[in-house]
Design a protein around this ligand. Structure first.
Ligand SMILES: [Zn+2]
Ligand SMILES: [Zn+2]
Length: 347
């Protein structure tokens, strides 16, 4: 009968737990932790992004925060090492170089092990893919926001710009580094947004038309070839509708306020009848203004189906129809727009 104590280590001759080397000789023979002598961290001086292998990633971390993890990556453990721990002390040697002293501990075959190594951390600067494209004025698309037969309102200008910026933020946060806005310019025709990728272009035009209405068309143009691949630039042309929300327009039967414009139908609130309905854009005879720009005027009297309103500009009393649905009483203020000499009460 053989017992454990009958086995001996061929190296040191002491009793062994197995047929081969004893645990302390196994530990001594095993390179249980190996350290790389230097680690390189590449970051972009423009935006601080860091590069791993060939991929750039945005980070908010400073060098001091990146250094310990970078140093720990220099250590390669043997698979059998348990309870691994690495203590890191870092000293800056120059702006481009730091030195890390690592204290590496663990257990191997039941024995505690410990060693130290020195790792040089090299801080390498390189312009990232995105900054490179931005400084090189590279772009893949332009969104042009325009309106049908009118200029863009300041509200539309601001809304379109805010939507674009918000989409850029969410794509960047999602790791789409090349989906950037490189330029945004207001001009007399509208707003031009220059873009680093086609994906952000389509997202922006969809976002703008979803919120402001209208439609968009895409116009690709072949601009060359890169690595055997055809290179296109796309112009995304957004056409905001001729009529906007709260525009008050004249139709055959009176005045209506625009609520929503889609492809060919216009949803309006009928100011004579006090209800919403759909009309065709062709039914609109003219626009008299936007309810947001309405003036406040005093109702001097109500008489039958009519009421007298004091024109805030001239002080003159003007008569217009008293619409039952509005439930206006004398002495009240109402909001009015002008159609020539006449006052039109809006909601
Ligand atoms: Zn031994
Ligand atoms: Zn950069």
């Amino acid at each position: 009968m053989t017992s454990i104590t009958d086995r001996f280590c061929p190296k040191c001759g002491r009793p062994s737990e197995s047929d081969g080397l004893c645990n302390s000789c196994r530990v001594a023979e095993t390179p249980w932790a190996v350290c790389d002598a230097r680690m390189i961290s590449t970051h972009c001086p423009g935006c601080g992004a860091t590069k791993q292998v060939n991929t750039w990633t945005d980070t908010n971390l400073e060098k001091e925060e990146l250094a310990p993890d970078l140093a720990r990556k220099a250590v390669h453990f043997h698979d059998d090492v348990k309870k691994r721990a690495i203590g890191v002390e870092i000293r800056d040697i120059s702006p481009n170089r730091s030195r890390a002293r690592l204290t590496i501990t663990g257990t191997l075959y039941g024995q505690a092990v410990e060693k130290t190594c020195l790792v040089d951390l090299v801080w390498h600067k390189e312009q990232c893919d995105r900054c490179n494209r931005i400084t090189g004025s590279y772009y893949e698309g332009i969104v042009q926001v325009r309106a049908e037969e009118r200029t863009l309102s300041p509200f539309e200008m601001q809304t379109a710009a805010a939507i674009a910026t918000q989409i850029e933020d969410s794509l960047q946060a999602g790791g789409e580094r090349l989906s950037f806005i490189s330029d945004m310019t207001e001009n007399k025709d509208g707003l031009d947004i220059t873009l680093g990728s086609q994906h952000i272009g389509i997202m922006i035009v969809q976002g703008i038309t979803a919120q402001l209405g209208g439609r968009y068309t895409t116009h690709p143009k072949l601009v060359g070839e890169k690595n055997g691949r055809q290179l296109f630039r796309i112009t995304y042309l957004v056409r905001l509708p001729k009529y906007r929300r709260h525009d008050v327009v004249k139709v055959r039967r009176g005045y209506v306020e625009v609520e929503q414009v889609d492809q060919r139908n216009v949803r309006v609130f009928d100011l004579s009848e006090g209800r919403s309905r759909a009309i065709k854009e062709e039914e609109i005879q003219k626009k008299i203004g936007n309810a947001r720009d309405a003036e406040t005027a005093l109702v001097a009297y109500i008489s039958g189906g009519m009421m007298g309103i004091l024109d805030p500009l001239t002080g003159e009393t003007k008569e217009c129809q008293n619409k039952a649905w509005q439930g206006i009483s004398a002495g009240e203020n109402v909001r009015v727009l002008r159609d020539g000499d006449a006052l039109v009460v809006v909601r």
